[in-house]
Design a protein around this ligand. Structure first.
Ligand SMILES: *[C@@H]1O[C@H](CO)[C@@H](O)[C@H](O)[C@H]1NC(C)=O
Ligand SMILES: *[C@@H]1O[C@H](CO)[C@@H](O)[C@H](O)[C@H]1NC(C)=O
Length: 362
């Protein structure tokens, strides 16, 4: 798995990067570099004299990248070169995006507004950006998802804002989105409306961690391969909430309050490889693991599991499981580990894959 992170631009948690090609912004620059070879070697002086180099004061404009980060800007600068494909405005003090701030940037691919003081975005601010693929709005003060985001968007990062509700209309028609990051917003109860994600027919990665949502959002698209819902207030996993999710490979539910995983849940996600249920309130191993063909990693540490049965992980006959377990964690549970019978893990060939460990009462 690729471990490249966008840490150059974002101090984001990046365990389990989306399967989406995350090679980052160098792409834009490389493309531009290749395409601009002619221009660089041509005599440029007369051109510059005629048109004048356009670049906002104190920003740097180079190869269609306009770099205006860390300048203490209070508003979107004017005179952004119209050929800009990447506009970096992160780490400023911008409070508002007005209707015409990005009006001339028809070729913009990526817009980075991370870590500003944005609370107002004009509903038409993004309407001309028909090529925009990446929109990074994390670490701002937005109370809602911006209206009328471009349909071309592939990646939306809007974590650490003040969003209290995800409406059914929030992502309407956004069929190109692949990655969506919505964590660390004051979402609670069921403040995600049913069907909010339905239009995202290509989405493969959704993360909604560190909120107060109490259930798995309903109506998630079947294209999803990673769903990260760690550090929320989810108390139950109902089979229905994962119905039809035939592509789901990773499900993160660590640090919730889950006491129950309904029978049939795992059968609804036949291609699951990795399930994180650590730091919850489970009293038993979730049902359905022996019948599951592909699951490899199951984190169950730091729960309230007091007993482990010999049929909890492995099928009665070999050659049933198509993928081998590569990680099972059970430490920090009240089960006395010397009482777990070795036969429980008869289908696990690499014994180092199992972490039973010690449980210490505090
Ligand atoms: C979740 O709820 C708690 C208690 O009401 C609150 O202190 C906390 O800020 C909330 N978290 C978020 C991300 O809104
Ligand atoms: C789950 O399903 C199994 C097999 O179908 C059944 O034996 C068990 O009682 C069920 N458990 C619950 C909690 O419904």
């Amino acid at each position: 798995m690729r471990s490249a992170c966008l840490s150059l631009l974002l101090a984001t948690a990046c365990w389990a990067l989306p399967p989406f090609r995350q090679s980052g912004f160098m792409d834009f620059m490389m493309e531009d570099e290749a395409g601009s070879g002619d221009r660089v070697s041509a005599p440029v002086v007369p051109d510059v004299v005629e048109r004048g180099p356009v670049c906002p004061f104190r920003c740097q404009c180079h190869l269609r990248v306009t770099q205006c980060s860390d300048l203490g800007l209070k508003e979107i600068p004017s005179q952004i070169p119209p050929e800009t494909t990447l506009l970096d405005l992160q780490n400023n003090k911008i409070t508002e995006i007005k209707e015409n701030d990005f009006k001339n940037l028809k070729g913009l691919h990526a817009l980075i507004l991370v870590n500003n003081l944005l609370s107002v975005i004009h509903p038409k601010a993004f309407s001309g950006l028909s090529k925009l693929q990446r929109l990074y709005l994390s670490k701002n003060l937005l109370k809602e998802v911006p209206a009328n985001m471009p349909k071309s968007l592939q990646e939306l990062r809007i974590h650490e804002n003040a969003i209290t509700k995800i409406k059914k209309s929030s992502f309407q028609g956004m069929t190109n989105v692949i990655v969506m990051e919505l964590g660390s917003n004051p979402l609670k109860g069921n403040s995600i409306e049913f069907g909010a994600f339905t239009d995202l027919a290509r989405v493969s990665y959704i993360r909604i961690a560190d909120t107060n949502i109490t259930e798995i959002p309903k109506g998630l698209p079947s294209s999803l391969s990673e769903l990260h819902l760690d550090s929320n207030k989810i108390s139950k996993v109902m089979a229905d909430s994962l119905k039809g999710m035939k592509n789901l490979a990773k499900l993160g539910l660590g640090y919730n309050e889950i006491s129950m995983v309904e029978n049939g849940t795992l059968a609804n996600v036949p291609h699951m490889r990795e399930l994180h249920l650590d730091n919850n309130a489970l009293t038993a191993v979730p049902p359905g693991l022996p019948e599951h063909k592909y699951i490899q990693v199951v984190y169950l540490h730091a729960n309230k599991i007091a007993a482990i049965g010999t049929e909890d992980f492995c099928p009665p006959t070999f050659n049933y499981k198509k993928a081998m377990y590569s990680g099972i964690s059970l430490f920090s549970n009240p089960v006395p580990y010397w009482e777990v019978q070795p036969i429980t893990f008869r289908c696990v060939f690499d014994r180092s894959a199992i972490q039973l460990g010690n449980y210490r009462k505090k």
